[in-house]
Design a protein around this ligand. Structure first.
Ligand code: PBG
Ligand code: ZN
Length: 324
């Protein structure tokens, strides 16, 4: 038998052949666009470190959401920036809270969009932690009740999918029970199952929600980035507790986890391409003379190859335009 029997290059000769054997591809339907909503009117202020993303008052949020819909992006993930922050995180579950009002407006004006909400307390507490803090420690069980209250208030406003983000133990079950008891049996939960304690959230806190922790950090409840098997246990627990979708966050440095999660659980799987990842791409393109569009398509396709079904990304609108 003379060399070569196989010539791998045969099917790479031109774009038609490459397309024919392509195993994974991005589609606009894979994306969820995160949005930041603030109080006020006619507010549309760019978030410097997340160029192309904005703080939006509800009127402007609606305009932007219509564009998101027209681009073919199926849904948005809402973050609220409250007027005041307090120890009880009271705006987090108020029917007149910024997120609750935004959800109602979106459901009324742009009913075609899936509305997801981040369910956490860190944007609403003065100390920036994700729940009730006592003796410098985030109290798990005492925070659960509050978190469930937030989820119910979002469901009440009409949100389709709630995304519990606090990494509290038992939060999925607590929320599922609370939602079911109120009759919200079809409100879905997308669990931030695997959330690593990561510096990649810095732009989000420093400029996105302006809810940086005033002391300490979140390593007592978010995952240590040195661990991987533990991530699978986190996911297993959330599935058991009733999660409809599970998530790995951040995305870029954690594709080993994404791959193992999909292999093991076959659940609908989301990745969160977080603020620091976005900022890195923008900076690399600017400083390193990389082709930004090519770079992000390569990164985002990597998420699909690893096994992600849903990509939450600040690039969503840009990519939707590129894929047209
Ligand atoms: C929690 C939440 C965070 C992010 C999304 N939801 C911060 C955290 O969990 O510590 C980070 C998102 C990003 O960096 O883009 N409310
Ligand atoms: Zn939080």
């Amino acid at each position: 038998m003379s060399f070569p029997v196989h010539r791998m290059r045969r099917l790479r000769q031109n774009e038609q052949l490459r397309a024919m054997v392509r195993e994974n591809s991005l589609s606009v339907g894979d994306f969820i666009y995160p949005m930041f909503v603030v109080h006020g009117n006619r507010v549309k202020q760019e978030i410097c470190s997340l160029k192309g993303n904005y703080h939006l008052s509800i009127d402007m949020l609606i305009e932007e959401a219509k564009q998101v819909r027209d681009l073919g992006i199926p849904g948005v993930l809402l973050f609220g920036i409250p007027d005041k922050r307090d120890v009880a995180a009271s705006e987090a579950y108020s029917p007149q809270g910024i997120v609750q009002r935004a959800v109602r407006a979106l459901k009324e004006e742009v009913p075609q969009l899936i509305v997801m909400t981040d369910v956490c307390l860190c944007e609403y507490t003065e100390h920036g932690h994700c729940g009730i803090v006592e003796n410098g420690y985030l109290q798990n069980d005492a925070s659960l009740e509050l978190i469930a209250k937030v989820a119910c208030s979002h469901a009440e406003a009409g949100a389709d999918i709630m995304a519990p983000a606090a990494m509290l133990d038992g939060q999925i079950k607590t929320m599922r029970d609370a939602l079911d008891k109120k009759g919200f049996i079809n409100s879905a939960l997308m669990a931030y199952s695997v959330k690593y304690a990561s510096r990649l959230y810095d732009p989000f806190f420093k400029e996105g929600t302006k809810s940086n922790v005033t002391s300490g950090d979140k390593r007592s409840h978010q995952m240590d980035y040195s661990n991987s098997s533990e991530a699978l246990r986190e996911i297993a627990l959330d599935i058991e507790e009733g999660a409809d979708i599970v998530m790995v966050k951040p995305a870029m440095f954690y594709l080993d986890i994404v791959y193992r999660a999909k292999e093991q659980f076959k659940m609908p799987l989301a990745v969160y391409n977080v603020s620091g990842e976005y900022a890195m791409v923008k900076a690399a393109a600017e400083v390193g003379k990389l082709d930004e569009n090519a770079l992000k398509l390569e990164i985002l396709t990597g998420f699909k190859r690893a096994g992600a079904d849903i990509i939450i990304s600040y690039h969503a609108k840009e990519v939707a335009q590129l894929l047209r």
